[in-house]
Design a binder for this molecule. Sequence first.
Ligand code: LFR
Length: 500
Amino acid sequence: AKTTDYLALDLGAESGRGMLGRFDGDRLGLEEIHRFPNGPVRMLDTLYWDLPRLFDEMKTAIRMTAAAKASIDAIGVDTWGVDFGLIGRGDTLLGNPVHYRDPRTDGMLDAAFARIPRERIYEITGLQFLPFNTVYQLLALKTAGSPLLDVAETLLMMPDVLGWLLTGERAAERTDSSTTQLLDPRTGEWSDEICSALELPRSILPRLIEPGSELGTLRASVVEEVGLAKTVTVIAPPTHDTASAVVAVPTASATVGADSPPDWCYLSSGTWSLLGVEVPRPVVNEETYRYNFTNEGGVLGTTRLLKNIMGLWLVQESRRTWARAGNDLSYPQLMAMAMSSAPFGPLIDPDDPSFLSHGDMPARIVAFCKKTGQPAPESEGALIRTCLESLALKYRWTIERLESICRTKIKTIHIVGGGSQNTLLCQFAADACGRPVHAGPVEATAIGNILMQALGRKRIGSLQQLRAIVARSFPVTVFEPQNPRAWDDANGRFQELVKS
Ligand code: LFR
């Protein structure tokens, strides 16, 4: 069959990449074209993303693809959620997008709840309360008296900003828009009620478009700069990275439109651990509210019922802290040290709010242990082991609640994304949850991005077909649960911790 090439520009909080997908109608081949680091830049007292450089790296990825003589059928951009840029008159980018870990949102949840009840926001959006949701970032801008909102014509989410820079088109792709906490999944529209309660300008929220639809074509200036012979279509994939990752879960059991509840869950593992199930419609009730589960938009009308768990951020930020002090340990080194440390030392609640921001992570972990009457981890390896065991126990906590919410039994955990390469964490997840872990594919986000471009181009007919292609094209490693007794004991201690 004819092979078609698609380019995914996939940006994560730690790194970005240009991935070329070659699809022959049956299998997908994946090639890394370009990889580059990503991270925050502090200017004055604000933490920004380096948007100009990110855009430049994306153009480099397109240029390298063009040079490799691949003729690309389409390009799609995905990034993390919640962050945005503002566009003013005459296509002016107003300021530079701010990083969601910037402390400007401190106190904004309460400020919002003073104007519209917490319950009401949840009822409308079905979204979990995270301090950095777009809506609280906007409220922070307003509260600070920023001039930007006065002159903004359009708010564009991060992937939509990049799509606009590539094509000139302004639109809001649905999956990423669902992370704003400004979208009502039942009407499928921006919520007038929330905008007016918080006095946010409803008019800056752009038209919504479906994942898989065409955004536009590359601007002539970009085409020329990257050395393409002709312009290329830019498709909006699921532009929220987590939505793209969930698309690429290699499962044969469909859940879309199915009456039976899902018997598998996904864990998109990277800087964050996003653990949840795919459901046919939002689940918004007393239980999802109490446990702060979120209903984010999926593809083809599905909903991603999930929870944000702090994830490998705990390890990444610990590693950076030690490196700054001259103790530069590689990721594999750290994992080996964790593996040879004693099991079941102190435990933490990975989602304690104190772990959210940048800074000295080991000190905050030690402080958490002190506060909860536990000894501090005795070495770097022990501290990493504490993080990984605690993450695995939080996975179990989350799965048990999902089972109760959906009245189902989860039989299989699919770990996708960079974290699926972390064999220690995969094994701990299987052990703590007492369920087999199917790990892979590593590049789930890019794969979901690419295959949704192909689906948008009518080369794939359904989500079930798409997932069968993933399963055929990429290997999966299975981890069977071990050592149940010891993990049950640890779980007893963990339950006490997350209760307090
Ligand atoms: C993962 C992710 C999460 C989102 C967080 C912040 O990369 O997109 O889904 O909650 O980043 O945007």
